[in-house]
Structures are given as structure tokens and as C-alpha cells.
Design a protein around this ligand. Structure first.
Ligand code: AHR
Length: 676
């Protein structure tokens, strides 16, 4: 988000440090759930069928290309600006032996040439090698290139010889000292564009490698799409996605994948909105776009952040399929980011935007003999992607949104009556814009409304009851973007600390307990590069070599891998447990696995006994607990200690019809018991 309004209205909320019911302490190291002396909170599980299902979409992931999440992250391309399309077309490229400023281009130089024609690939590089004095072209990667010892890396380059005779092009990976750690070469031939490929095996692990390109012979040669990918990608797909990062997503067992954002959908201006049609088809024709997050924040400028769309809509659908997640694309509704320009497409010019939505449905689901179904099929996926949801607008607000939403909804429903439309309620979880949006969307019988909350941890603990009073016959909820902010929204000092994660765990009991209205939820943002980030906190952190899940990730994972199928009730004195004694609870049955799953959060700085009456059901005495806790609320995971806060599993035995647990101070526990 953005500079003006945002800085004053939204991102200046400073969050108080220590809070009641969640005091920073280092005294508790008890992760043992064994019952101990002291007072006990009595809870009771009501096994009566509530008729309320936990939707398979309940816990999903929200992907946005922010923080180098796509280029420089999930999309495993290691060469930055591979086709010389950035606004400064030489960005990312170095010519260490050729210094134009000092007019020293004795060994050679590179010029960027603009193509004639209308494809998305506008530029290419023309290299003139003058002599054997060692002209070198280098690519710096995305804050370096992560290279692993013995791993293989695939080089691909388009080349066309212009004059003279450049016989060989050598590609070398060099470490941060400039030492070679792997190399290969190709022999370019012909004056027409041809693609040449080869492979490098790295002899050393290096986080900040560079790609060095050297030439044998002299002459002029044109180069384009200079690309380097690890061979070992997710599912071994050529030029695919980074394996460790997709694995972290797969481990979440997400019910849906929302893409491509976020504000990136809207663009700072309409011209820079995300246009899915420009992200499908042959890779080199995908026209790059400046990433809207590149200079959004003065505190984290990232001027070299562009979208290559190597991870485009086809790849997003494919990823959803790989993850077993429902694809949930969100499209521009003709309003640029309202924190930026808020540019509006006039109503009489909205048609192309609406057509984009209709065409997207055809691209995802249409038969192969439809125009867009054929594009999908030509890309290698004749089967439909079975898309069921489509989002209209991201974080829009006010009458301009409602006016445009109506047009989209009418057009989509007339052509695709079964498509479920997700609408938005703006960036704030309360206030005039929120109330107005909700009132109007209700009148329009909206199906699913997206709510966003970036709030202090205390807010999350206080809002476990948020959905208790929501109208059961109104629109369903997509808690589409949320994350506890340890300092203030958009502050670069926010941490993914234990207090935030624990508070989210407490809040999520309220999402689950209200599964009748809450059908989807996702933490945001999803990923951040150690050096290339703009926004914190984030669920997953990575650098060029490794990645780790934050405590917040583990909270999400504990929920999403234990979602259950049917909501039951757990009460204290007949009431839901929503913070009394700093305790929170929810219970589900998993009819497929025949299990009872109880989620318990203790936000107090003291361990607490709970005794759960299970007499109403037929529960086996043996079970398991999964506990996430940490001594200090300020604790975090890190590259050095990626598992500092991670769940611990233990055997559990109930006594008769009572499950008795000692919940560690500031802990999140899942108790699973088999049902007879
Ligand atoms: O998650 C980061 C940003 O926060 C999203 O792009 C936007 O929708 C929200 O304001």
C-alpha cells in the first residue's frame, strides 16, 4: 500500500507492547500437557450434530508477488532482467571490463536494441566483442544467485550472429570472491535467432553467485532470454518453481490458492494493473511490468523489482492443481489502488475488464475448441482447471466499487451461473467504508465477502467472537488477508513473533467456531525474501538457498492439517470459550478419519489445567497432542534457528470420559482423539 492516505490513516497505528492475558515472560518452559496441581477450568464437548460443515476451503493461502515472492522467489529463474526489458534495460547486468563512463570499451560493449513489432518482448542485447582482451557480461541475480554443490543448472539463451565470428559463449558461475564454481559453453550458429542450451554443475554451495558470460572470437552477436534455472524444481518441471518454497505451501494442505494478490491486482494506475492475458502463452511474449511494490515504501525501496510473469495465470492454476487447492483468481474491477491514484475506468469503458473475467473463466474451464480453452490446451493442459471462484476487485471501497461490482456480477452470473463470486469490503475490518460496502453487498445478495485485518495482537485476541453475530443467511466470509502486526501496519520493524502467532491462533478459534459463515481464510502476505522484502510480517521467509516457516506458519499449518469436517461445540458453563481465563477453544469432528479434534489456546502467562468432559461421545482414551509454544512472546524463528518455535507431538491418555490437560503458558494445543 501506499504513501499518502495510508501513512496517515492506516499505517500510523502504533501497537502497545505488553498486553493483559499475554504478558511477556520467560518463566514457562512447560510444554508437557500432563495435568498438574492448581485450579482447573471445566469444559464440555457437545457431540450433538450441529449440521455445520467445515468447508474444504476453510484454510488456504494468499499469494501475492510482493517481497520477491514470484520473481526472485517461487519462480526459480536466477537471471534478473533476462530479456533486457526493465525500464533501465541494463539493470541487473554488469560489464566489469567495459566502462562506458570513462569511455573505456576497448574489449567490447553491450547495447540494448528495441525490436520492431508488437510482441511483449521489446528488447534484446547486442554484444560487440572487439578483441581477446576479456570482454565479460555478468548477471547479478536476485541479490545474488543461490547455488548448491553438485546441483545442476540449465542455461538457455537465444542468439543470432550479426558479423565477425564469435565461436563460443562461455557461462560461468562465480562465487562472491569471483572464483569459478561451475561452467559450460555453447557454440552459437546462424544469423537467425536460435535457442542454445547447456548445463552447469556447481562445485560449491554459494548464496551470492553471479553468472559470468565470456566470448571466444570477435564480432557482433545478439542475445536475448538469457536464462538460468535449477534443474531440480518442483515436480521436476523445466523452468519451473522453487522446490523448497512450493513444499512449504504443499505442507499447509491449503484448501485454496488465491492469486495474484493483493494490491498488485489493482496497480497504482489502471495501466499498471495485473492483466492476466499478458501472463499466458509463450514465455518470451509475456510483457513484463514494473512491480507496484518496487518503490512503494521509502523505507524499503526495491527499484529492480519487476514482474516477468514467468509465474503467470497458467502456472498459478497448475500450482493450485498440484496443491489440491481451489484456484481463486482475483481480477481488477476497473479501479486502481485507492491508496494510490484511485483511478477509475469510466462505466461506459468497463466492458473490456468484464470481458477479461469472462475470458478467464473460459481459459480455466472452457472446452479446447473455445478460443481461450485452446490457449490453455496449447500450454499443455487440455483438461479444465475446474475453477469455481472468481474475485472481483481486491481492496476496493465506496460507491465506485459497488457500481462496478454490479456489472461484473450480472455478466458473470448470466454466462456462468455456478461461478461463485468473491467481493471485497475494503482494507479495514470496520468503519464507514466497511459498513457501506457490507450493506450494499447484502442488498445485492453477494455470495462471499472478503475482509482484511492487519491489526495489533490484542485485536486478534479480542476478536475471537467477531463472527458470532454475523447473519447466518447473509454472504459467507472470506477472511482473505490477516496478520497480527507487532509494531504497526506496514512498519518495517514488525516481527513474526510468538505473541502475534499465538494471538492469531486464538482468533482462529473464532473462525472455526463460526464455520457456518466463515468459508475461507488466509494469512497475508505469504512470502518474503531476506533481502528483497518490502512488507513484514510474512508467513514464510526465504533467501537464495533456504526457507523457513514462521511461528505464524506453524499456527496456520496446525489448523489447516487438522481442519475436521463437522463443527461441534465446546463450552465452559454453557458458553463458548472465547477468552475467559485467557482460554480459547473450538472442536470439530473429522468424519473421514473418525477423530475428534479439539483446539485449545492459552494466552495467559501461566500454565492452566483444563478438564474436558467427553461423556456425550464414544471416544477412545488414547490420543495425541500437538503443542506450539515458546518461553517468550518476542521469540521468533530465523534462518539460524528455523525450528526455534515448532510443534511438538506427544501421546495422550484420557481418563474415563475426562480429558485432562495442563496447557503450557502461552501455548496452542491440538488434542486429537479417535472416535469409536
Ligand atoms: O498483503 C499486503 C497488502 O495488504 C495487499 O496487497 C493488500 O491487499 C493489503 O493492503
Amino acid at each position: 500500500m501506499v504513501k499518502s492516505v495510508l501513512k496517515f490513516v492506516l499505517w500510523t497505528i502504533v501497537i502497545a507492547g505488553s498486553v493483559s492475558g499475554c504478558k511477556d515472560t520467560s518463566t514457562n518452559e512447560n510444554t508437557d500437557t500432563e495435568y498438574s496441581a492448581g485450579s482447573t477450568t471445566d469444559l464440555k464437548v457437545d457431540f450433538k450434530d450441529t449440521g455445520i460443515k467445515i468447508q474444504p476451503t476453510m484454510y488456504g493461502v494468499f499469494f501475492e508477488d510482493i517481497n520477491f515472492a514470484a520473481d526472485g522467489g517461487l519462480y526459480a529463474e536466477m537471471v534478473k532482467n533476462r530479456s533486457f526489458e526493465f525500464t533501465l534495460p541494463k539493470m541487473g547486468w554488469l560489464e566489469p571490463n567495459s566502462d562506458r563512463h570513462n569511455l573505456n570499451t576497448n574489449s567490447g560493449f553491450m547495447t540494448v536494441i528495441k525490436r520492431k513489432g508488437t510482441t511483449g518482448n521489446h528488447n534484446y542485447a547486442r554484444v560487440e566483442v572487439k578483441n581477446d582482451q576479456g570482454y565479460v557480461l555478468e548477471n547479478e541475480g536476485f541479490r545474488g544467485m543461490g547455488v548448491k554443490q553438485d546441483a545442476k543448472y540449465n542455461i538457455s539463451v537465444k542468439a543470432a550472429k550479426q558479423s565477425g565470428n564469435i565461436q563460443e559463449i562461455h557461462f560461468q558461475l562465480v562465487d562472491s570472491n569471483g572464483e569459478a564454481i561451475g561452467e559450460t559453453m555453447i557454440e552459437p550458429k546462424g544469423t537467425e535467432w536460435n535457442t542454445f542450451t547447456s548445463q552447469i554443475t556447481a562445485s560449491k554451495t554459494e548464496k551470492k553467485a553471479k553468472l559470468k558470460i565470456m566470448f571466444k572470437g570477435t564480432g557482433v552477436i545478439d542475445l536475448d532470454m538469457i536464462s538460468l534455472f535449477p534443474e531440480d524444481t518442483w515436480k521436476g518441471r523445466k523452468n519451473g518453481l522453487r522446490k523448497d518454497l512450493v513444499q512449504l505451501l504443499a505442507d499447509l494442505n491449503p484448501g485454496f490458492l488465491r492469486f495474484p494478490g493483493g494490491c498488485i491486482v489493482e496497480g497504482r494506475t489502471l495501466a499498471r494493473r495485473y492483466q492476466w492475458k499478458k501472463t499466458v502463452g509463450p514465455m518470451e511474449d509475456r510483457e513484463i511490468l514494473v512491480n507496484r511494490w518496487n518503490t512503494e515504501f521509502d523505507h524499503r525501496p526495491t527499484p529492480d523489482y519487476y514482474q516477468s510473469f514467468g509465474l503467470g495465470f497458467f502456472e498459478y492454476f497448475q500450482l493450485s492443481e498440484d496443491l489440491g487447492a481451489e484456484p481463486l483468481p482475483i481480477l481488477s474491477c476497473g479501479i486502481a489502488c485507492q491508496f494510490n491514484t484511485g483511478e477509475l475506468v469510466p462505466m461506459e469503458e468497463l466492458d473490456p475488464y468484464v470481458q477479461d473475467a469472462l475470458d478467464l473463466i473460459e481459459f480455466a474451464n472452457g472446452a479446447v475448441d473455445t478460443p481461450w480453452g485452446r490457449v490453455r490446451s496449447d500450454m499443455g493442459h487440455p483438461e479444465p482447471f475446474n475453477m469455481k471462484y472468481i474475485g472481483v476487485g481486491n481492496e476496493q471501497w465506496g460507491p465506485a466499487y459497488i457500481e462496478r461490482y454490479k456489472v461484473f456480477a450480472k455478466a458473470i452470473k448470466s454466462k456462468y451461473p455456478d461461478m461463485i463470486i468473491v467481493s471485497g469490503s475494503g482494507p479495514f475490518p470496520e468503519g464507514d467504508y466497511f459498513d457501506y460496502g457490507w450493506e450494499e453487498l447484502k442488498k445485492l445478495d453477494a455470495e462471499i465477502v472478503d475482509e482484511h485485518y492487519y491489526k495489533p495482537p490484542q485485536w486478534f485476541r479480542d476478536n475471537a467472537t467477531r463472527y458470532d453475530e454475523y447473519d447466518r443467511s447473509g454472504p459467507k466470509i472470506f477472511a482473505g488477508e490477516y496478520a497480527a502486526q507487532s509494531v504497526a501496519i506496514a512498519s518495517p520493524d514488525n516481527k513474526n513473533n510468538w505473541e502475534c502467532a499465538l494471538s492469531e491462533a486464538a482468533f482462529m478459534t473464532g473462525l472455526e467456531r463460526n464455520a457456518e459463515v466463515v468459508h475461507l481464510s488466509s494469512y497475508a502476505p505469504l512470502m518474503a525474501h531476506e533481502e528483497g522484502w518490502q512488507w513484514t510480517p510474512d508467513l514464510i521467509w526465504f533467501n537464495n538457498l533456504t526457507s523457513y516457516g514462521t511461528p505464524n506458519y506453524h499456527v496456520q499449518k496446525m489448523y489447516s492439517t487438522n481442519p475436521g469436517t463437522d463443527l461441534l461445540k465446546i463450552t465452559k458453563d454453557g458458553k463458548a470459550l472465547t477468552g475467559q481465563e485467557n482460554l480459547y477453544a473450538t472442536v470439530v469432528k473429522d468424519s473421514n478419519k473418525n477423530k475428534l479434534i479439539i483446539k485449545l489456546v492459552n494466552t495467559s502467562d501461566k500454565a492452566q489445567n483444563v478438564s474436558i468432559d467427553l461423556s456425550g461421545g464414544d471416544v477412545k482414551s488414547k490420543g495425541k497432542t500437538l503443542t506450539l509454544t515458546s518461553p517468550e512472546l518476542s521469540d521468533v524463528n530465523s534462518f539460524e534457528k528455523p525450528d526455534n518455535i515448532s510443534p511438538v507431538e506427544a501421546e495422550f491418555n484420557s481418563e474415563g470420559h475426562q480429558a485432562q490437560l495442563n496447557l503450557a503458558a502461552q501455548s496452542f494445543t491440538i488434542l486429537s482423539l479417535e472416535l469409536n
